[in-house]
Design a protein around this ligand. Sequence first.
Ligand code: FES
Length: 111
Amino acid sequence: MSAVPDADFVRVCHLDELPEEGAAKAEVAGRTIAMVRTEDGTVHAIDDTCTHANVSLSEGDVEGNTLECWLHGSCFDLTSGEPTMMPATVPVAVHTVRITEEGDVLVALSE
Ligand code: FES
């Protein structure tokens, strides 16, 4: 169970608006987020900017439970935000995702 208060969640999109296996860019309270759906249908939300250089991770490819940066190939774990492949060494922030029964995708931003 998530310990994040209900009031912290904001609606970002509907599940139908996300690619079957891929990423889409979203703005949440002024922060740019990569919304990512993996092959098993799990939806993740991470900061969209690669920590190696200032490019959009949502333009990268989903590989299992990671998102690969299109510029130099760093992969970021979608659960922890940790880079699993160089050259990036700094993690991206991971945000909490909740899906409603109606299929709305809600996100609570981490700090
Ligand atoms: S900009 Fe993402 S790995 Fe270099």
